[in-house]
Design a protein around this ligand. Structure first.
Ligand SMILES: Cc1ncc(C[n+]2csc(CCOP(=O)(O)OP(=O)(O)O)c2C)c(N)n1
Ligand SMILES: [Mg+2]
Length: 772
């Protein structure tokens, strides 16, 4: 750590002002100066930015090392852009186009912004929590010798105080504690304002205890240097006491009202403060009362310098929302924008000449320029963009597990076991994780082979006591399975962190997460967050649907295929047979390690089904593209059964029964409605730019007669497949689950929910009778 000298502190103060100006100006320009083509409000958060500029100046221009990574509070995005603008890594053009098409994004985005963004943020809470998992992944990589100890960094989250209401933060705190997570700084911008209002006082002192009890050091940064000096004056103790008992709302309102209001109120409440008041003008008093530590770069860098060990640290930095701006402290300032007159006054106050608004160092006097430039130069070296790492994993052909009857879930366990036994780069790069459903999702055999990851050795007490168990459950720092408690948000954040290892640490991992299919919904925003950042992983969700049988409606998933249909960055595959599954897992690994790839979601089942005898491998390409003819349709076919996943035996049996009655009846196995739909949309878009290739689904369905009908069937929401009728205008009779499930055996359930042969026959009659 470089020791701050006085000139550094003075330079940091100037940089803080520059960040406050540039972030406000960027937002102002987008809202008031740039031409609006659509009349929509552009928006931006000048108050939330001003709240953090000192913290971010102290952090980026003093405390951060080259390996440190930061998740920035989403609505402080413009400050991050301003930092990179000062460093020369952001263009004026992108700032002028803030919130415009192709311009700087509203909230820091790894994939859409040109500046180095370590973590995307936007959905509050998630950016905070992911830092804990990234730190754990760093420990994982160093423990396994995949990364040098010397390259280890710190993970920093810049957190809004109202963001602390998000429960996923505490899920991560608990999980982090269990894993002895370290090298974390969470810095709270404690302005005691949320979007709607000032925040509740009652939580004031609780965060210390909550974090303290989870092993965190808590650094409360309350008073700036001016206030501390004033406390030493006559009347200082009374001032401190007054501040300490002031309510959030009072403090904010007085900040907004300014020096005169402070004077009247302080005198009325605590006459002993009088000497301090008399020694200051109204402006000086306002400056004193808003000199909280979160706006005092000197206090901040001292605190950062004090916390150089690896213990996770929570900094509670007291701040003023809208610090230094005319709406500072106003409870409605969250989306408040300065008007042009206020902006002009702000500019003049900073000594920036009109027309010089975009100058990086506008208003900085010649005497301070060299010190500021030196600091910028020093920082520039530390904040270079990292290269993403792809093409590091050799993916072998994965053999199909043998067995005449298999479930896709059991086959998944066996494919992984085989990989574990074979070894190689793929086996070594896989890291598995599960929220307490490792055994019940069939990861047990893999864990037996590859071990649990624990930073500190954890003996298997049961094995030592010679108590028989199929699970070897000892942990060591070479293990490859990271066991999580039951918190699906954490699973997805862990997959996001592991799935970004190639970008963050230069080592591409092949992360696999397992959970029960219905509980995807529990972590949905975190899953979306992972995909938005282009994290790469394989999600295995099992069991699924009412095929789960006696477990009943609370565990039987219905809509995940629809979720996947609407989720960018995630490819849904739903195999019926073990050979399809092996091909899909292999494809998923390739997609993880391909710059143009994506993540994969496998929806599996516990149902044992008879495997298909293949004549050749011709099915494979089509299966990976989203569907293939399991039974080819005849010429001028009148109908096809279109089935997905675990209900394939019913579809095959119905096909056998109906094929004599329905000329040319085909049986289409859909392996990915998601891919079929994407291909269909893409082909339509391409036609308008002159490319006339039909999509895979168009090719498949055009093998049927023009007026053919489709009976679609899936153990999922019927809309997963019913849209297929829209491709060529074929009639559809959709079968699937559109009510909550319940307990029962498979025959009873399939009958009650119309997934059996009788239902397929009726549906076939439906489409055929309508023909002509
Ligand atoms: C999950 C989620 N819910 C709601 C929002 C909308 N939102 C954005 S900022 C904000 C308030 C944040 O207050 P705080 O964290 O204290 O930040 P400040 O602006 O005060 O710095 C809200 C509700 C969001 N971005 N994400
Ligand atoms: Mg706040």
């Amino acid at each position: 750590m470089l020791k701050p000298v006085t000139t550094d502190i003075e330079a940091l103060k100037i940089i803080e002002e520059r960040l406050r100006w540039l972030s406000a100006w960027t937002i102002h320009n987008a809202n008031h100066l740039r031409e609006s083509k659509d009349g929509l409000k552009v928006g931006g958060h000048q108050a939330s930015c001003a709240s953090m500029t000192a913290i971010m100046a102290a952090l980026y221009f003093h405390a951060l090392g080259p390996n440190d990574r930061v998740a920035v509070k989403p609505h402080a995005g413009p400050v991050l852009h301003a930092i990179h603008y000062l460093l020369g890594t952001q263009s004026r053009e992108a700032l002028e186009n803030f919130r415009g098409f192709g311009g700087a994004q509203s909230y820091p985005s790894r994939t859409k912004d040109s500046i180095p963004v370590d973590f995307s943020t936007g959905s509050v809470g998630l950016g905070v929590a992911i830092t804990a998992f990234s730190s754990l992944i760093q420990d994982y990589l160093t423990a396994r010798g995949m990364m040098d100890e010397a390259d280890r960094g710190r993970f920093v989250a810049l957190v809004g105080d109202a963001e602390l209401d998000e429960g996923n933060i505490y899920e991560a705190l608990i999980e982090g504690y269990k894993h002895d997570v370290r090298n974390l700084w969470w810095i709270i911008d404690y302005n005691r304002q949320s979007l709607d209002a000032t925040t509740a006082d009652r939580m004031f002192n609780r965060f210390d205890e909550i974090f303290g009890s989870c092993g965190w050091r808590v650094e409360t940064l309350k008073y700036g240097k001016l206030l501390e000096a004033a406390f030493a004056e006559k009347g200082g103790e009374a001032l401190r006491q007054w501040i300490d008992q002031a309510s959030n709302a009072d403090y904010a309102a007085l900040t907004y009202l300014g020096g005169k209001a402070w004077r009247e109120r302080l005198l009325a409440d605590a006459p002993k403060i009088r000497p301090i008041l008399e020694a200051r003008s109204d402006d000086e008093l306002q400056r004193l009362m808003t000199n909280l530590a979160g706006h005092d770069v000197e206090s901040l860098i001292e605190a950062f310098d004090r916390s150089q060990d690896s213990q996770p640290t929570l900094f509670i930095a007291y701040t003023i929302k809208g610090f230094g701006l005319p709406f500072a402290g106003h409870k409605d300032n969250h989306s408040g924008l300065m008007n042009p007159t206020q902006m002009a006054a702000f500019r003049e106050g900073l000594g920036i000449a009109e027309g010089q608004e975009w100058e990086q160092l506008g208003g900085v006097g010649d005497n301070m320029r060299p010190a500021v430039e030196t600091l910028l130069e020093r920082t520039r070296i530390a904040r270079e963009k990292r290269q993403s790492a792809f093409g590091q994993i050799e993916v072998p052909t994965l053999p199909t597990p043998s067995g005449e009857e298999q479930s896709t879930q059991a086959a998944f366990g066996r494919v992984l076991l085989e990989i574990a036994k074979q070894g190689g780069t793929l086996a070594d790069r896989i890291v598995t994780t599960s929220p307490d459903v490792t055994v019940s999702t069939n990861l047990g055999a893999w864990v037996n082979q590859r071990g649990l990851f624990r930073r500190n050795e954890m003996p298997d007490v049961f094995a030592k006591a010679k108590i028989a168990s199929a699970q070897k459950w000892s942990g060591a720092n070479k293990g490859q399975h990271i066991e999580l408690g039951i918190a699906e948000n954490n699973l997805f954040l862990m997959l996001a962190a592991a799935g970004l290892a190639g970008d963050q640490f230069g080592v591409r991992l092949a992360p696999i997460g397992t959970l029960y299919d219905p509980f995807i919904a529990r972590g949905l925003d975190a899953l979306n967050y992972a995909c938005y950042q282009d994290a790469r992983f394989l999600l295995v969700a099992t069991p699924s649907g009412i095929t789960l049988g006696p477990e009943g409606g609370a565990h039987q998933s219905i809509n995940p295929p629809l979720i996947a249909l609407g989720q960018p960055g995630l490819r849904h595959y739903e195999p019926a047979f073990a050979d399809e599954l092996a091909a899909m897992i292999e494809a998923a690994f390739r997609l993880i390690d391909d710059p143009d790839g994506e993540s994969t979601y496998l929806r599996l089942s516990t149902r044992n089904i008879r495997q298909e005898e293949r004549k050749d491998g011709s099915w494979r390409g089509d299966a990976l593209a989203g569907g293939y003819w399991l039974r080819e349709p005849g010429p001028d076919s009148e109908a096809a059964i279109v089935a997905m996943g675990a209900v394939m035996p019913e579809a095959i049996a119905a096909w056998e029964e109906l094929r004599d009655d329905i000329p040319g009846l085909g049986l289409l196995s859909v392996t990915s409605p998601d891919l079929l739909h994407r291909g269909w949309s893409a082909a339509q878009a391409a036609r308008w730019s002159g490319r006339r290739e039909p999509s895979h689904v168009e090719r498949l369905l055009s093998q049927l007669g023009r007026n053919a009908g489709l009976v679609t069937i899936a153990d999922a929401a019927p809309a997963s497949l019913s849209w297929l009728g829209g491709v060529l205008g074929q009639r559809v009779a959709p079968l699937g689950i559109d009510r909550f499930g319940q307990t029962g055996n498979l025959d009873d359930l399939y009958e009650a929910y119309r997934l059996n042969g009788a239902a397929i026959t009726e549906a076939a009659a439906e489409v055929l009778l309508q023909i002509g």
